[in-house]
Write a protein that binds this ligand. Structure first.
Ligand SMILES: C[S@@+](CC[C@H](N)C(=O)[O-])C[C@H]1O[C@@H](n2cnc3c(N)ncnc32)[C@H](O)[C@@H]1O
Length: 282
């Protein structure tokens, strides 16, 4: 009997709280839960404590919202040689498709456009994973040097080798700030999504200081729209993932946005997601 009453109460709180959570947005709802001692604050806290995922995310948001370096969760997820699955050749997102048809292949034409227009001599990829993207470019542009950085490059280096291709192990921000990597064009696929907002700003400062004049990104946008404007804002999504309005952050760092568009990508398992592709130069 007691558990039936508890279930009904839990259900009622979730049903009552959901419209407020949807109308106010997760971040504001979490803030109200923490600060408002009235009925709305109690409802928000009741809702959050029953929605385990939201609750867990609340603590992740709190621990990372002001952090300007690698989050503990990213570190834990990407600390071994498998890089959470992204280091292996046949990661399910690839599903046996050629690179051009994989989600990580969406960035290929964007980077190709910059190589054709701006003739960079040195190109850096942050979060190279299995190294497929940098290797694809290295094969086509033997007059350009490509470097892929990741926490592990064991698999990338086993899979690919070329005179104009280097894989570097490490936290890219440390390498940039220490002046150990410099270049003209920097790109990333599904990697800036893991940076906290303050870490993203710090990265962009280091990227500019290291002399990069061009940047290309292909990043998931989740359920939020991306705006090609000057607003630099972020939302915590789940685990180590963040939505960032990249055009705003890039503009703040001194880049002009020359291409900006969103597209849908359908994975081999049928799930679809929005991805933003953008190109900035200064
Ligand atoms: C979601 S995976 C994407 C991998 C690859 N770019 C792709 O599209 O398949 C993100 C990758 O970025 C790496 N990574 C994340 N933050 C990084 C950082 N600050 N420095 C170096 N590598 C990073 C992770 O280890 C992981 O391999």
């Amino acid at each position: 009997m007691r558990s039936t009453i508890d279930n009904i109460r839990n259900f009622a709180i979730i049903v009552a709280g959901a419209p407020f959570a949807a109308a106010m947005g997760d971040v504001e709802f979490w803030r109200v839960a923490q600060t408002d001692r009235g009925p709305l604050g109690k409802l928000a806290m009741g809702y959050i404590t029953r929605q385990k995922k939201l609750f867990r995310n609340y603590w992740m948001l709190q621990s990372d919202v002001d952090r300007d370096s690698l989050s503990d969760l990213s570190k834990a997820s990407y600390s071994d040689d498998e890089l959470h699955g992204f280091a292996s050749k046949d990661f399910w997102r690839g599903g046996g498709r050629p690179l051009e048809e994989q989600q990580r292949g969406l960035i290929l034409p964007v980077v190709e456009g910059v190589i054709a227009d701006r003739h960079p001599g040195r190109v850096l990829e942050i979060g190279t994973g299995n190294g497929d993207i940098s290797a694809w470019f290295a094969k086509r542009h033997d007059d350009v040097h490509f470097t892929g950085i990741d926490f592990s490059v064991k698999h990338a280096a086993e899979l690919h080798s070329a005179n104009n291709l280097t894989f570097l192990k490490g936290y890219a921000l440390d390498l940039l700030e220490a002046g150990q990597v410099k270049g003209d064009l920097l790109f990333a696929s599904s990697t800036f999504v893991l940076f906290t907002p303050a870490e993203l700003r710090r990265y962009l400062r280091a990227i500019v200081a290291a002399g990069f004049t061009d940047i290309c990104l292909s990043e998931p946008t989740f359920r939020y729209d991306q705006f090609n404007d000057g607003r630099a804002f972020s939302h915590h999504i789940d685990n180590a993932m963040w939505f960032h309005n990249y055009a705003g952050y890039l503009r703040d760092a001194g880049f002009h946005i020359s291409d900006h568009f969103c597209t849908m990508y359908t994975n081999p398992n049928g799930t679809a997601g929005r991805v933003v592709l953008l190109r900035g130069q200064r």
